[in-house]
Design a protein around this ligand. Structure first.
Ligand code: AMP
Ligand code: TRP
Length: 340
């Protein structure tokens, strides 16, 4: 299938299931902004509230987390004029297309999704049906806009591949060339930012201890304290990247530095040859504060005016519907759903 007939268009989303972390920023939002600023693609960014409710969310907290993620996007440089920025539930076409995809995707495909297995653990029976079907909704998010590129952290790669499987099966079953094969865009040192207390686990919004993550709302002192206390081994920084093999915590801090400074990890080692943690951690903390403190300040300023955030999201939803409605209409036509 030729992809050239599709407008180069980026879609990505973040769940409002708690505050934003440094993992969200480096693995996703920072790259959303770079793509928007490059100007080569239309950019559509979504606060995916329908995804968040696949696990229980307190209603009042869900609203405030939705605004907070939107504020995080804007404070980091997503421009609601140049990008389309909205929350998912305001564009009902997402849920409608997801239903159609539920009828295209196979149960066996869902059974292979590692994120579901990890989240569900031994309690798969007790999870919501929505959590199980989640990748089908994610495919709808992407394909509703005929998006060609999807910037995500590494944990989402399998879901974007499933999106391609759904697009291919739909096109094949209905003998059309309607949905594009969306490409995951996973690059840079921070595609997987790890937990500061255990370098084998990813940094997430929901870990037990606040010391294991950096929140986008943390103030300068908190950021510095968490990085100072980050777990490491006793050895100093090596000369080469290979020297970080088998040292996940050390590797993570070097990768975080690289992503914040926009340099390759090898260059971090060249800047701090053989440095001990007593030298490297304060340097990392200083860099992190320099990059993150202005964003958290701007987020706080935006959060002071929730009505303005709501207005921006409603306007973004209107623009999103202009793209989504014709795609859904045509999908209904292809499937043979009668419209008056
Ligand atoms: P979520 O918070 O699960 O909705 O994730 C939103 C986006 O942030 C997705 O693109 C994730 O892949 C990315 N992301 C979340 N946590 C991390 C992490 N620790 N490292 C890199 N990317 C992440
Ligand atoms: N599933 C993604 C996550 O947990 C969030 C998401 C939902 C998404 N829909 C999307 C990401 C569409 C990219 C494109 O991180």
């Amino acid at each position: 299938m030729s992809e050239s007939r599709f407008t180069p268009r980026v879609f990505s989303g973040i769940k409002p299931s708690g505050g934003l972390t440094l993992g969200n920023y480096l693995g996703a939002i920072k790259r959303f902004v770079q793509t928007q600023d490059a100007g080569t693609h239309e950019t559509i960014y979504c606060v995916v509230d329908l995804h968040a409710i696949t696990v229980w969310q307190d209603p009042a907290e869900l609203k405030s987390a939705t605004r907070e993620v939107a504020a995080g996007f804007i404070a980091s440089g997503v421009d609601p004029e140049r990008s389309v920025l909205f929350n998912q539930s305001q564009v009902s076409q997402h849920a409608e297309l997801a239903w159609i995809f539920n009828c295209v995707a196979r149960v066996g495909w869902m059974d292979r999704m590692t994120q579901f297995k990890e989240k569900a653990g031994k309690n798969a029976e007790k999870q919501s049906l929505g959590l199980y079907a989640y990748p089908s909704l994610m495919a709808a998010d992407i394909l509703l806009y005929h998006a060609t590129h999807v910037p995500v952290g590494e944990d989402q790669k399998q879901h974007v591949e499933l999106t391609r499987d759904i697009a291919a099966k739909f096109n094949h079953d209905y003998k059309v060339d309607f949905f594009p094969m969306a490409e995951p865009v996973i690059e840079g040192p921070a595609m997987r930012v790890m937990n500061l207390r255990d370098g084998t686990k990813k940094m997430s919004k929901s870990g037990e201890s606040d010391m294991e993550r950096i929140n986008m709302t943390d103030d300068a002192d908190t950021i510095a304290k968490k990085l100072q206390k980050a777990r490491t081994d006793a050895a100093p920084l090596p000369e080469t990247l290979e020297g970080l093999d088998g040292r996940p915590e050390a590797r993570n801090l070097v990768d975080i530095y690289a992503a914040l400074a926009d340099i390759p990890p090898a260059e971090v080692l060249a800047r701090y040859p053989g440095a001990g943690w007593g030298t490297f951690k304060p340097a990392l903390a200083e860099l992190a504060v320099e990059k993150l403190a202005p964003i958290s300040r701007e987020m706080a300023r935006l959060m002071d005016d929730p009505a303005e955030i709501d207005r921006l999201l409603a306007r973004g939803a209107e623009r999103a519907r202009e793209i989504a409605a014709p795609v859904l209409r045509e999908t209904y036509e292809i499937v043979g759903l009668l419209r008056g």
